[in-house]
Design a protein around this ligand. Sequence first.
Ligand code: BT5
Length: 259
Amino acid sequence: MNESSLKKRLAKLNLGGLRYFESLGSTNDEALAWAARGADDFSLVVADEQTQGRGRLDRKWFTPKGSAIAMSLILRPTAVMRSHLSRTVGLAALSLADACLKLGLSPKIKWPNDILLDSKKTAGILVEMVWAGEDADSLVIGMGINVHKSAVPPRETLQFPATSLEDMLGNAPKREDIIFQILSNVQRWREQIGTERFIQAWEEKLAFRGEAIQIHAGGAESHQGILDGLESDGSLRICDEHNKSVIVRFGDVSLRPTA
Ligand code: BT5
């Protein structure tokens, strides 16, 4: 992938703008700064390598050169999107999952922000916002996807096992094609973000549904129960040992099967 092959592949998508970097700290940082300076809706930052890639809570995200997709999409929220800001991570997760489905794979969404293939993390999502007073001025959707095997960090550095599209498919698809697919999916799902169907589609793809799970919500707080589904705002609903519904809205949530 290079700037011109990417531009050519994405030509039909009507991007607001495209910034491509051989190497960059973090595409989210670049996109946040661009958004604050007035980037158009559906502008995209792509980097072939990230040196300061970020996960949630300032965790590191690895993007070695020539091996992965690191991109950040800037969206100017419509009125409907503004009323459903907490669904933005679902918009990204559904778009990534559908791109994997199109490759013949069976993706699952590990709530809130991971895409699993064969129960291993293949992609992560980091949604950040630029605020104008109390309004969301723009959304930045960061996505990191392991395409080649060489994108997968060493096992001992990870909290959760990881894999790549190449590991799953036996060959690595072209990164330009995957980016095109994901962005087309964002255009489609974005139109449906306010609907019940959107939540259903997101819920249907959840990993560990109906299974016993545990959630670490940061600090000493943790929950255990059966993963039930999603609330309308994208919060996770579990059923605890007393058969009571518990809603998990924020914090550092990770899911693991207990068995
Ligand atoms: C995430 O955070 O999964 C969000 C990752 C978002 C990355 C994209 S890349 C483009 C854009 N620019 C950025 O700077 N970020 C976004 P979290 O759920 O907190 O998971 C982070 C954890 O995933 C780390 O602590 C590692 O254990 C693990 N990890 C790091 N790199 C990985 C990789 N390439 N594949 C699988 N797991 C990884």
